[in-house]
Design a protein. Structure first.
Length: 418
């Protein structure tokens, strides 16, 4: 028997993640694509998007029932084909496939939500991988409306068969995009090509590094200027001056764009980033050479190349691609709304052991206990939540040749995270 329930979504598409994440379909081809899976499940579905950021009208003539996941482009937009390693701006409407009840919608969010397609593709969640497959299928263009029928999978946050309707608003690169600039020669040479990971050129580790924070623009973007209190999304790669070795990056091992690293310029990253990034623009690729006092400190362990706090020691070289920004005022409003939502949510009665488990997960993954409780309220068992969080943060343990170290000042004595 079908049970009505609160809106649920996989972790990366949940209400909490939307904070870190107007239909246009009418201006393109209204024909549906072949889709993925058994698309006959959509035969009794009609979606009419009024545009201007309004929630689409969903009509179900007979309860939709399917045995497997399926997706289809209902209305194709006139924009470009979606690129699998870019960010997409979207609206999402979550619908009960029995009676067309709207369970969740992003249309009232203060900004259009966005998500990283590389992050979806790399997810350990089968549901999120299916979203990635459907959103990058042939025929999914900017302006399209894409519908997903997702079968129940409580372990991944889908407590019952559910419809997800994406309205694709726009897409943008997950890397710097602009005009390449001539390098001065005063700082280490960088082999830089738009869309691929930067490489450190000929570098003499014995040479004398700059005594002060130094920077230059390698690619000049044309996006908005970064303010001192903004929330930034970036790709980056970091090397130690003393040996020229990579110690951390958001790029994949094969040099493709990874999931952009997000951070606030009000704190939480090393001082060299807080000083060196404001004033630049979305689309810029920036070379930063950061002295130890604005990074993690002098090298204390020569063999490991680490500072006294365990971070990469000495002068550091970063190349940072600015891919997206949320202004500080808007971010503050979104965080306040999230906190209010958490306060209004019914409190769960947790045992002392469960409370200790949540506190441990909160400390390990940097997510508040209140946010973790929201996932439990969505019906995700504690053990499954632990599995999902570990999959979302695979570098929480040393899974490569070297453990990665984010440019996060709070991580100097803690475990590495991406």
């Amino acid at each position: 028997m079908h049970n009505h329930r609160a809106a649920t979504a996989p972790l990366a598409l949940s209400a909490a993640a939307v904070l870190l994440l107007s239909a246009c379909g009418g201006d393109g081809d209204n024909g549906a694509s072949e889709g993925i899976g058994d698309t006959s499940v959509f035969n009794n579905l009609e979606v009419s998007a009024p545009g201007d950021g309004e929630v689409p009208e969903v009509t179900i003539y007979e309860e939709l029932e399917g045995e497997d996941n399926a997706s289809q482009v209902l209305n194709q937009g006139s924009g470009e084909q979606l690129t699998s390693d870019w960010l997409i701006d979207y609206h999402l409407t979550v619908v009960d496939p029995e009676d067309a009840t709207v369970l969740q919608s992003t249309h009232e969010e203060p900004i259009d939500p966005f998500l990283s397609l590389p992050a979806l593709s790399a997810s350990q969640s089968q549901t999120e991988q299916f979203f990635a497959e459907g959103l990058t299928a042939e025929g999914v263009t900017v302006g399209s409306e894409v519908v997903f029928y997702v079968t129940a999978n409580p372990a991944e946050g889908v407590n019952a068969d559910t419809l997800y309707i994406f309205e694709i608003l726009d897409q943008s690169p997950t890397y710097a995009d602009g005009e390449e600039q001539e390098q001065s020669g005063d700082l280490p040479g960088i082999d830089s090509e738009i869309g691929t990971a930067p490489e450190l050129g000929d570098h003499d580790p014995e040479s004398q590094p700059p005594e002060e924070l130094s920077s230059e623009v390698l690619v000049a973007g044309e996006g908005e200027e970064i303010g001192d209190e903004d929330y930034v999304f970036a790709q980056y790669r970091g090397w130690r001056w003393e040996d020229g070795e990579i110690f951390d990056q958001s790029w994949t091992e094969d040099g493709a764009p990874g999931n952009p690293f997000d951070f606030s310029l009000e704190g939480g990253v090393i001082p060299g980033w807080l000083e060196g990034i404001p004033g630049h623009h979305v689309g810029d690729r920036i070379l930063l050479v950061i002295p130890p006092e604005q990074a993690y400190g002098e090298t204390a362990d020569e063999e490991e190349g680490t500072s006294a706090d365990g971070g990469p020691g000495g002068t550091l070289i970063f190349v940072v691609d600015i891919v997206r920004v949320i202004d500080g005022e808007t971010m503050a409003e979104m965080q306040a709304a999230s906190q209010q939502q958490q306060q209004q949510a019914p409190q769960m009665e947790l045992s002392e052991e469960e409370r200790e488990q949540l506190e441990g997960l909160s400390e390990e993954h940097g997510i508040s206990v209140e946010e973790l409780e929201m996932f439990l309220q969505m019906g995700i068992p504690m053990e499954e939540l632990e599995t999902i969080l570990q999959a979302e943060d695979p570098d929480g343990e040393d899974s490569g040749e070297e453990a990665e170290q984010d440019p996060d000042e709070d991580d100097q004595s803690d475990e590495d995270e991406d």
